[in-house]
Design a protein around this ligand. Structure first.
Ligand code: ZN
Length: 241
């Protein structure tokens, strides 16, 4: 199922873990990463480990029920979240969960991330939904992302962090990086006093670019969901956030 050998997948998880830690997306032992190795096996980070200092032998494999198949350390307590996404979208081969500060701030403030602002945000992220808060590691926590799997590629977890998923780990990591970068720019622009929206025809042109990149159509493209999320964000005098 995965184009990667297990050894290559282990090395890649360690490399992406170092990047997450270096970017301040995962403090202490925050966050977890996984790659689906086969229909019945997922390689994941163990619990209570700093993502910046992992070795390939630290990782473990689990089955699709979260039972450990190999590894000396217990698997991450948040593997149920990863498994929920793999079950919901068979195209997904990698999941990144962490606590990037700018995107997480939107989840703490419970502010919807606006759309129609930046080309990269429109093309690659689209609408980033926010899952309801649930206790980390619980079944309810895993289920909180269920409505968005197959609809989005990243999600903000209320009062917790973010999760992103893709066909490979590097791309799943991109989505987390793009999301936090986008949230940072939104906050900075708002501090300057105004967040300008792109006009509707320009947003539609951006959504049309997804096909050129081999990506599925944005659900907003056929008009079934609103083009602009949180259109009041950053408008002087607009009520609320
Ligand atoms: Zn977490």
């Amino acid at each position: 199922m995965s184009a990667l050998t297990e050894d290559a997948a282990r090395a890649l998880i360690c490399e992406i873990g170092r990047r997450l830690y270096a970017r301040g997306f995962a403090s202490g032992n925050d966050g977890n990463l996984s790659i689906r190795l086969s229909p019945d096996a997922v390689l994941c980070t163990p619990t209570l480990i700093c993502k910046g200092f992992m070795s390939p032998a630290d990782l473990c494999t689990v089955d699709m029920n979260g039972r450990r198949l190999s590894g000396d350390r217990p698997r991450t307590s948040e593997i149920l979240l990863h498994l929920e996404i793999y079950r919901g979208d068979p195209q997904t081969r990698a999941v990144v969960h962490c606590h990037p500060p700018h995107a997480t701030a939107f989840g703490i403030a419970r502010v919807d991330i606006p759309t129609g602002v930046l080309p990269e945000g429109e093309v690659f992220l689209g609408v980033v939904p926010r899952a309801a808060y649930e206790t980390p590691g619980s079944e309810a926590f895993a289920a909180s992302v269920r409505p968005f799997v197959g609809q989005a590629t990243a999600c903000v977890l209320s009062n917790h962090g973010t999760v992103s998923w893709a066909a490979d780990l590097e791309r799943a990591y991109w989505y987390t990086e793009m999301l936090d970068s986008y949230c940072r720019m939104l906050m900075l622009a708002r501090l300057l006093g105004h967040v300008e929206r792109l006009p509707e025809d320009k947003v539609r042109e951006l959504l049309a670019l997804r096909a050129a990149f081999g990506m599925a159509a944005d659900p907003r493209a056929d008009g079934s969901t609103p083009l602009y999320v949180n259109p009041g964000f950053g408008k002087p005098g607009a009520p609320g956030p």
